[in-house]
Design a binder for this molecule. Sequence first.
Ligand code: CDP
Length: 226
Amino acid sequence: MTGRATVVAVDGPSASGKSTISRMVALRLGFVYVDSGSMYRAVTWKALESDLDVNDTVQVIAMLHRIKIHFDVRNHEAQMLIDGFWPGDAIRAPRVAEKVSIVAAIPEVRQVLVAHQRSLTRFGDLVREGRDIGSVVFPNTPHKFYIEANAAERAKRRQKDFAAMQIEASTEGVAQALAQRDKLDSSRAVAPLQIALGATVVDNSINPPERTVEIILEQIARQQGL
Ligand code: CDP
């Protein structure tokens, strides 16, 4: 338990399959699903829409203080609205993916978004995915998972995501972009991607998602003494 709400933390690198798994776990448990990566992406999207240079930290922080952020729950998923607008799939575009790790490394951005993320327990029990949920956002939850998958599988999955959005990308280009983002996310000074203390590591390279979901649900049931 974290406060009165139960929080399941699902961390891991890009395209490891965390979103699919987290959504399925949330559905099985009847919890609200929260994608923290979408929040960093939405702030990055807003900065690009505002023609900001994301390397200009002062400008990005000033923008963050100008915008109004609020959350809705739709179809059991928390959605972050900026100035009343939900950007939807625009946050998945390669131009956002290219810059998001730069924005996510700004301590003030993390401070603001982590505070919002913690406040979401007002919606009840949550399955939350990200990079630092088990290590920083909810370190006291007993239900921590780290989902990994090999690089080739991750590149294949991300290419499929792009294809579904009619975005063409070469396997090599996708693999390089993922490796670059892993490097930035793992080496940043604040809340780097890491396996949280006490997390259960699940390799999601070969198993079908249903199997990974079962592993997670069994572990949660064990932790809850069911
Ligand atoms: O969808 P994908 O796995 O590629 O990434 P994401 O979960 O949408 O996250 C996008 C980016 O946001 C990551 O590469 C990190 O730079 C950042 N992020 C973060 O810093 N902390 C989180 N809790 C979640 C995402």
